[in-house]
Design a protein around this ligand. Structure first.
Ligand SMILES: Nc1nc2c(ncn2[C@@H]2O[C@H](COP(=O)(O)OP(=O)(O)OP(=O)(O)O)[C@@H](O)[C@H]2O)c(=O)[nH]1
Length: 936
């Protein structure tokens, strides 16, 4: 060892020089001052003296007579208190259970691991440790201090003890500072320490164990050992002195590990030594377990302690925690927050289905919605928390927060078309797979020209033929056979159903039979039917009906039809004509042959060897059979048991019945069958798909239901003049399709001519239909199916048409003057559409009676059908959907009194300004003009 100065040794021992001088004096070593030099011999003497003291001390424990000696350092009452505390420990097993095993164990290990310094350990207990500590250098010192610190929590774990011995117990948070302060004050004022032995004793008692542990560090520290009260006591004392060191503990982790409950309780103050860091969390966890084990039934463990432990546990998991963080409570929380964010890094992919709301995205990224809204505002989007963000926007936003967005949208097309059997007629079908299929025919024509009669005649002629007793089923479609070749007929005549179906995106018809009565010629609906068929691109076979009639004039019909580019072959055209009589069943077969001829030209083919796909012709809910749908198979073959999906419904083909009432197992292309097994009633025009399994069918149906809801929420119009310019610019619109309706044919022609001239290179103007009369549902359907705009001149939409137009998003423009219409369209095409003066409908009243009063004129006794009639409103008189007058009301009366307004369901008297030609049945519409800005 060589020469050592007193102060150096004192420092090593963790004593004040003065104390050491005293000890030296007792040991018979002369040392004048703290600078005096001690020889090895002197130190040995000191050690021997200490050893003997230890023995004495032990005796003191048992025999109070020795207390006298201790009195000098530790006042007797303190020792008594200690004893009392220990007794309490014994009385309350749960607390001792936590401490006793660990402390003795610690002590033992301390001994075991420090065999080199047994004499030091054996020295006067209070000083032994002091000696020990210096022997191990600064780390030891730290450990000692750590031990002291650890002692504080130990008090907590043994509350009785703590309470008995000290009065300074506070919540866990303050333990550290208290401990430190205590240490410091003790270190600075050794005298004071002696005066307050009780507190010191309490802490020291625990500290001892920890000091040893720190020294020992390592596995053996845990080994339980029989408690040795004497040793404990001994160590208690040195701990007291050890409390002197102020250095922050460096090897505290060891202490904790070995210290059991006491150490565990203050992990935040015991930054782990490098090798121990790895184990620290384990220790803590282990400690937790121990705690549970020990404290589970321990009534002595109060909630404060638990809270304190909990807090500490959290801290232990903080990676940033370092030895410097001795009081990390607040900071710890912050640090932890940061850590939580980091830990989420593994979940930085947000999966969305096409879109996500602002709120949801914020939630998934763990940020506040407001923050996201602010970010969006910065980017120029004013949104609310429920605003849906599309995939691109969401991905962009998320990337700013280091998140990725993955679109896991349901791929319906993939499910419906994943198998080669699914999309028939496409490139997937090899030419050799395709087989000729029967044509599907729809009969159209003007009212009473004999559509139904013709369908019946065909059916009667061909369906029942050869099927004696066969009961024809009306399932919405049927098929006939002619010379082994089949033709399927859709049983719903008229272009309305045809176009309504087409408006749904379904193309069921291959050929249209246009029925024109030979005695009546081309009529408005004949024209409509032609336009509808042309718009759908379906070839027309003309059936000139009623040729049995004496005034039948087929040539006149042919002549009239040439106007519509339906020119008979004998006149050099390409249209097939057949002259028939439905009533007399004349030339029905010839008509069917013509149809087959047309079909041949068209080379209608399909692949029957794949999963079936069809179109719903009609559907209903049958009381006994549930939803029943007539399906016209278009591709593949439908089998009993096939999982199917149609519209928002799904199921499995339970049964199939053909148009003759026969159950069938399979239905191939162009075959109409009645199918049961769907979960609900689909709409006419819906497509029906057979899919791989029922789950897929269900998935598709559910997905569609969701989409439907979304679509209803965000209805977009098809095309309107307002958007025309923008769409032309974007290249979305290359031609503007128009349906023109006017009160007189002259207006129709004039408008048509004027509009066609507006065609430009960028946008061609195509009039797809014109007609005289009000705007009906058929017009709306046609416009909807063809993405057209409806222009009305002095005509009004029928109430149902208005509703349909609204639901279908069809733009209806109403004008009184042709010039206005033409200029509007022109401006729209050039992006110069002025703010539109739009009518806001207020109400409608029906004229129920008229009175003529001299001097005043005609008074209309009206009943308000809907809305309200305002005295100051503008009004128009509509007769058969045609506007016959427009202007202001001159009076509005309830009984004999003038009134400002009359609501729905009330009667009133109305007179029109300067107009008396009011008739019963006329409709008076009240409206006001509202200016709306044009969106360009
Ligand atoms: N003389 C004669 N009368 C016929 C012929 N075809 C139909 N009719 C008659 O014309 C009328 C109308 O026939 P429908 O078959 O109901 O005509 P529709 O086109 O279906 O009429 P809507 O269903 O009202 O559109 C009926 O009284 C039939 O008897 C025919 O070939 N010759």
């Amino acid at each position: 060892m060589g020469k050592t100065r007193v102060f150096e040794l004192a420092k090593k021992m963790g004593l004040e020089s003065k104390e050491l001088l005293e000890k030296l004096a007792q040991a018979g070593v002369s040392a004048a001052s703290h600078m005096s030099v001690l020889e090895d011999e002197d130190i040995k003497k000191l050690e021997q003296a200490s050893t003997s003291t230890v023995e004495k001390v032990e005796e003191q424990r048992v025999k109070p007579g020795i207390i006298r000696r201790r009195k000098r350092e530790v006042p007797a009452p303190a020792a008594e208190q200690e004893k009392a505390a220990e007794e309490q420990k014994v009385e309350q097993p749960e607390v001792p259970a936590a401490e006793a095993p660990s402390e003795p164990g610690v002590l033992e290990k301390a001994k075991a691991e420090q065999p080199v310094e047994p004499p030091k350990e054996a020295e006067a207990v209070p000083k032994d440790e002091e000696v020990q500590a210096p022997a191990e250098g600064s780390v030891e010192e730290k450990a000692a201090s750590e031990g002291e610190e650890a002692a504080v929590p130990s008090k907590k774990e043994a509350p009785q003890e703590a309470r008995t011995e000290t009065s300074e117990e506070k919540p866990a948070e303050t333990e550290a500072s208290q401990a430190d302060e205590t240490q410091k004050s003790e270190a600075k004022k050794p005298a004071a320490r002696e005066k307050k032995p009780d507190k010191a004793t309490a802490s020291r008692a625990k500290v001892l164990g920890r000091v040893d542990l720190s020294t020992l560090s390592g596995a053996p520290s845990r080994s339980g050992a029989p408690s040795r009260p004497a040793e404990n006591t001994r160590r208690d004392r040195p701990a007291r002195r050890d409390s002197a060191p102020r250095t922050p503990p460096a090897g505290a982790g060891d202490d904790r590990r070995g210290g059991g409950a006491a150490e565990r309780s203050r992990p935040s103050f015991t930054p782990p030594a490098a090798p121990d860091e790895v184990f620290q969390p384990k220790e803590v966890r282990g400690g937790k377990k121990n705690k549970k084990g020990k404290g589970g039934g321990g009534p002595s463990e109060d909630s404060d302690q638990r809270r304190g432990r909990k807090g500490r546990k959290l801290e232990v998991f903080e990676p940033e925690r370092s030895g410097k963080m001795r009081r990390p409570k607040k900071g710890a929380r912050q640090t932890k927050k940061t850590e939580v964010t980091i830990s989420k890094a593994i979940k930085r992919v947000i999966r969305i289905s096409d879109s996500i709301t602002v709120g949801e995205l914020a939630k998934r990224m763990g940020i506040k919605a407001n923050e996201l809204i602010r970010e969006l505002m910065k980017q120029g989007s004013m949104v609310t928390i429920n605003h849906p963000l599309d995939f691109e926007t969401a991905a962009l936003l998320a990337s700013e927060y280091n998140y990725e967005v993955e679109n896991v949208a349901f791929d319906e097309a993939a499910i419906l078309e994943d198998s080669p059997a699914v999309k028939p007629g496409t490139e997937e079908d090899k030419p050799e797979d395709l087989e000729l299929r029967p044509p599907v025919v729809t009969v159209m024509g003007h009212v009473d020209h004999g559509k139904t009669s013709l369908l019946d005649a065909i059916r009667a002629a061909k369906v029942t033929e050869g099927e004696a007793g066969g009961i024809t089923q009306h399932i919405g479609a049927y098929h006939v056979e002619l010379n082994g070749r089949k033709i399927s007929f859709l049983d719903t005549p008229g272009h309305e159903a045809f176009t309504a179906m087409r408006a749904r995106g379904a193309k069921a018809t291959d050929i249209v039979i246009l029925v024109v009565a030979a005695d009546d010629g081309v009529m408005p609906q004949t024209k409509e039917a032609i336009n509808h068929a042309k718009a759908a691109g379906v070839p027309i076979v003309v059936a000139i009906n009623k040729i049995d009639k004496p005034d039948a004039n087929p040539d006149r019909v042919k002549q009239e039809l040439t106007e519509f580019e339906l020119i008979p072959e004998e006149w050099g055209g390409e249209t097939i004509f057949a002259e028939v009589s439905a009533k007399e069943q004349l030339n029905i077969e010839s008509l069917l042959e013509m149809v087959l001829l047309q079909a041949e030209v068209m080379e209608l083919k399909a692949n029957p060897n794949k999963r079936g796909r069809g179109i719903i012709v009609e559907a209903r809910l049958d009381k006994g059979r549930g939803p029943v749908a007539t399906v016209l198979v278009q591709e593949g073959t439908l089998h009993i048991g096939d999982p199917i999906v149609s519209g928002v419904h799904h199921g499995r083909v339970r049964s199939m019945v053909d148009d003759r009432g026969e159950r069938v197992e399979n239905a191939g292309p162009s075959m109409p069958v009645e199918v049961t097994g769907l979960s609900g009633v689909p709409d006419a025009g819906d497509l029906l798909y057979a899919v791989e399994d029922e789950k897929k069918a269900k998935d598709v149906a559910l997905h569609r239901q969701q989409k439907l809801r979304e679509a209803e929420l965000a209805k977009t119009s098809k095309i309107s003049l307002d958007q025309l310019y923008a769409k032309i610019q974007e290249g979305d619109v290359k031609e503007l399709k128009v349906v023109i309706k006017a009160d007189v044919q002259g207006s129709v022609e004039a408008v048509k001519d004027a509009l066609v001239k507006l065609s430009t290179d960028a946008c061609r103007l195509v009039v797809i239909h014109t007609g005289v009369g009000g705007i009906n549902e058929s017009d709306i359907n046609l416009a909807s199916a063809s993405d057209a705009v409806v222009l009305g001149f002095n005509v009004r939409p029928e109430p149902k048409s208005s509703q349909l137009a609204e639901s279908e998003g069809v733009d209806i423009r109403l004008y009184n003057i042709i010039y206005d219409a033409v200029s509007d369209i022109k401006n729209a095409m050039e992006g110069l559409l002025a703010p539109t003066l739009k009518e806001k409908e207020l109400g409608r009243a029906e004229v129920r009676e008229t009175f003529t009063i001299s001097r005043i004129g005609t008074i209309a006794g009206c009943y308000v059908l809907d809305g309200k009639i305002l005295r100051n409103a503008k009004a128009r008189l509509v007769r058969d959907s045609v506007v016959v007058w427009e202007g202001n009301l001159s009076s509005l009366k309830r009984f004999k009194d003038d009134t400002k307004e009359v609501a729905t369901g009330y009667e009133c008297g109305i007179s029109l300004e300067n107009y008396n030609d009011i008739k019963v049945g006329d409709i008076i519409e009240a409206y006001e003009i509202v200016e709306t800005k044009t969106l360009l």
